[in-house]
Design a protein around this ligand. Structure first.
Ligand SMILES: NC(=O)c1ccc[n+]([C@@H]2O[C@H](COP(=O)([O-])OP(=O)(O)OC[C@H]3O[C@@H](n4cnc5c(N)ncnc54)[C@H](O)[C@@H]3O)[C@@H](O)[C@H]2O)c1
Length: 245
């Protein structure tokens, strides 16, 4: 297994992000963890207790913040090998009640923020013949979700972004992927999604149990490894066997 990678993780203080941070740190990699709140990152750092963890708050929808993160990486680690875009937001809002500002906010966080992070980090990933961008999408794009039109549209857009970046950066040895979770029991999901939706997600799966953040680390870790060197532009659904393509 490859170790000593420099891994940038957004949404690092969230339910999935924190689990990914721990997995890479445990493997001997260095992690630059970012999220919107410095306090939650400080708590994350306390719980990880690792000299290989760097934290910096940033709003991924703000170009100046994403550039500042790239500067931090340039100064502290000098390069980035893997970018894992986890930050996202998935509120329920009836379509006819969404303002243009609501729509733009969710597109901004889930799609534009991911693109800005790619733009900031790719100059640090390229030039050594090996690199990874792993974007956390959502399996919801296949069947759609009522009251989440903005979110589902943004996550569908992430596939176009990822495929295009796979084409544009393949010659640099940079592979780009989307990992699509099903409904995953994080604190944010429990708060945003009513119990009835959580129960339905379990019922429609081949594997009838809750999905947890740890169910996603295997796919993320595989894609971040040389085992996936000849795979790029692909989307992997990790949802216990609901959507099947
Ligand atoms: N939990 C699920 O059911 C589920 C299902 C499919 C996909 N996903 C996707 O997985 C990812 C992680 O989900 P989670 O359940 O861990 O959610 P979470 O809310 O616990 O984590 C998301 C993190 O992103 C951060 N964030 C939001 N906006 C930001 C911004 N503008 N700048 C920087 N950071 C920002 C939040 O502070 C949060 O810590 C998200 O992209 C989500 O859309 C989640």
């Amino acid at each position: 297994m490859k170790t000593d990678r420099i891994v940038v993780i957004t949404g690092a203080a969230g339910g999935m992000g924190a689990v990914f941070v721990r997995r890479f740190l445990n493997n001997g990699d260095t992690v630059i963890a970012t999220d919107s709140s410095q306090d939650s990152l400080a708590k994350l750092a306390e719980s990880m207790n690792s000299a290989r963890l760097h934290i910096r708050a940033a709003d991924i929808t703000d170009e100046a913040d994403t550039k500042a993160l790239a500067d931090l990486a340039r100064q502290t680690t000098g390069r980035v090998d893997v970018l894992v875009n986890v930050a996202g937001d998935f509120p329920l809002q009836p379509f006819l009640e969404m303002t243009a500002a609501d729509w733009r906010k969710i597109i901004d966080i889930n799609l534009t923020g991911t693109a800005l992070m790619c733009q900031a980090m790719l100059p640090l990933i390229t030039g050594r013949g090996w690199g990874r961008v792993i974007n956390i999408g959502s399996a919801s794009i296949y069947s759609g979700v009522p009251d989440q039109a903005h979110y589902v549209a943004a996550k569908a857009g992430m596939i176009g972004l990822s495929r295009s970046l796979a084409r544009e950066f393949g010659s640099e040895g940079v592979c780009v992927y989307v990992v699509e979770p099903g409904l995953t029991i994080t604190a944010a999901a429990k708060k945003a999604l009513p119990q009835s939706i959580q129960d339905t997600a379990i019922a429609v799966r081949c594997l009838n149990r809750e999905e947890h953040a740890g169910d996603l680390t295997g796919a993320v870790f595989f894609l971040a490894s040389p085992d996936a060197d000849f795979i790029t532009g692909q989307t992997i659904i990790v949802d216990g066997g609901n959507e099947m393509l």
